[in-house]
Design a protein around this ligand. Structure first.
Ligand SMILES: Cc1cc2nc3c(=O)[nH]c(=O)nc-3n(C[C@H](O)[C@H](O)[C@H](O)COP(=O)(O)OP(=O)(O)OC[C@H]3O[C@@H](n4cnc5c(N)ncnc54)[C@H](O)[C@@H]3O)c2cc1C
Length: 397
């Protein structure tokens, strides 16, 4: 068939950090790969843009801890290949209840990762300009910051150098022809491949709906927020680590001055629920706007309590970004329940950047029917609904 002359082994739809990592992994294996994105890559309308994403070894779930040594190794490999510094190790100082600190210490010991236990008082001495409240903390030196924009550009550059094809095209529809053949129609034409990988971030359900599937992913508009510091020497990344404190730790986090001089990033790990990513770029409705204001007020209170040398009156810069949240905040890495050669990587729940190179290898291995290095049990679609139930709801659609 004439159209199938350009048959690819794998098409990856979605060129955020997950799609790029997946496409690069496949290209490294000499797999003929097409990557498409609706926008030019890089862009600022998805989840993967910005100057910084945190990376650390410790996690409260073992299946993520297991991936972290490999994630560090793969980022370092990409750095060498592209001759760019992508990861800056500045450490993280986490202040928590003593019970949680004991658990963190146990998990760091198990992984053989160096750390320091600091009382609140010691922490304030070590990091002037920081108020620890009533909390003690653990300082994990090897944590750091990935430059998200540079990571995205390096992944694309590497993918293309390895012979991969990138096209700026919007995926409009998917036609699963047979077990080993799928056709996609894009804004610019048709393409065929043996397998299709969907890494469409907050657009995932829009793409899956015509394939009869709706995953429990909540789209949140969150914000990357920067604040002015009173004194430029304070909160420099050379002497101030990543920080998060106590009861607010799961909600607020701070990245010292690294991205822009004189500005510290202090943001929250939540946002405002929206129905489609496009909504984030229009004025929010009254209810959403009130919620966003209250979240920023809470952030100001957090700053006043813990970062006395930050001007907490108004943010200097606010940039929207998306979280694609699953109910348990675990990722979705699985096959479409009905079409085995359609693979889905979604629901990265605000914490998937650091592991992207590992995720790319897992999605790539699924597409190639290779054994995956880690168990995909925690990431299966079946955890939301029984497979049979999913297929029958697809067939009744
Ligand atoms: C503010 C913020 C802070 C974060 N902090 C951290 C952190 O500190 N550490 C960490 O590990 N993670 C963090 N994360 C999470 C991490 O950034 C995300 O998990 C990751 O970026 C998700 O990448 P993605 O490729 O799945 O999605 P995206 O980057 O959104 O990519 C999806 C892509 O698909 C494309 N697309 C969608 N539909 C179509 C279509 N029909 N046709 C063609 N293309 C399409 C889009 O244009 C987009 O480029 C943070 C996220 C945010 C927003």
């Amino acid at each position: 068939m004439e159209q199938k002359q350009g048959l690819y082994d794998v098409i990856v739809a979605g060129g955020g950090v997950q799609g790029l990592s997946t496409a690069r992994y496949l290209a490294k294996l000499n797999v003929k790969t097409l990557l498409i994105d609706q926008f030019a890559v890089p862009h600022t309308r998805g989840s993967s843009h910005g100057k910084s994403r945190n990376i650390r070894y410790t996690y409260d779930k073992q299946h993520y801890c297991d991936m972290m040594p490999e994630a560090y190794r793969l980022w370092s490999e990409l750095e060498k290949e592209c001759g760019q510094t992508l990861l800056t190790k500045i450490g993280i100082f986490c202040l928590r209840s003593d019970k949680l600190l004991m658990e963190m210490a146990a998990s760091l010991k198990k992984l053989n990762i160096p750390y320091e236990f600091l009382t609140g008082e010691d922490g304030e001495k070590k990091f002037p300009g920081f108020k620890t409240g009533k909390f003690n903390g653990i300082y994990e030196q090897q944590a750091g910051v990935l430059n998200a924009d540079k990571c995205v550009c390096s992944l694309l550059e590497s993918f293309q150098k390895l012979g991969g094809t990138f096209k700026q095209e919007t995926l409009c529809s998917v036609n699963p022809i047979e077990e080993n053949l799928v056709q996609i129609t894009t804004s610019k034409g048709k393409h065929f491949a043996k397998s299709l990988i969907l890494t469409c971030g907050p657009w995932t359900n829009k793409v899956l709906k015509p394939l009869g599937l709706c995953l429990p992913i909540t789209i949140m508009k969150t914000n990357i927020i920067y604040w002015k510091v009173k004194n430029e020497d304070c909160y420099m990344s050379s002497n101030f680590p990543l920080t998060s404190v106590g009861e607010m730790a799961s909600e607020c986090y701070a990245t010292p001055q690294l991205d822009f001089n004189g500005l510290i990033k202090i943001s929250y790990h939540h946002g405002v629920e929206i129905n489609s990513p496009e909504e984030a770029f229009k004025p929010l409705n009254e209810e959403q706007s009130a919620l966003e204001k209250s979240q920023i007020s809470l952030l100001k209170k957090y700053i006043t309590e813990h970062y006395p040398d930050v001007i907490a009156t108004e943010p200097s810069s606010i940039q929207p970004c998306f979280y694609s949240m699953t109910p348990d905040e675990d990722f979705i890495l699985d096959r479409h329940p009905r079409y085995e050669n359609i693979i889905i990587g979604a629901g990265f729940s605000g914490h998937g950047f650091k592991m992207a190179p590992v995720i790319g290898s897992l999605l790539g291995d699924l597409a190639l029917n290779r054994k995956t290095k880690y168990s995909l049990g925690p990431f299966s679609i079946k955890r939301f609904k029984d497979k049979e139930e999913l297929i029958s709801s697809i067939e009744n659609n």
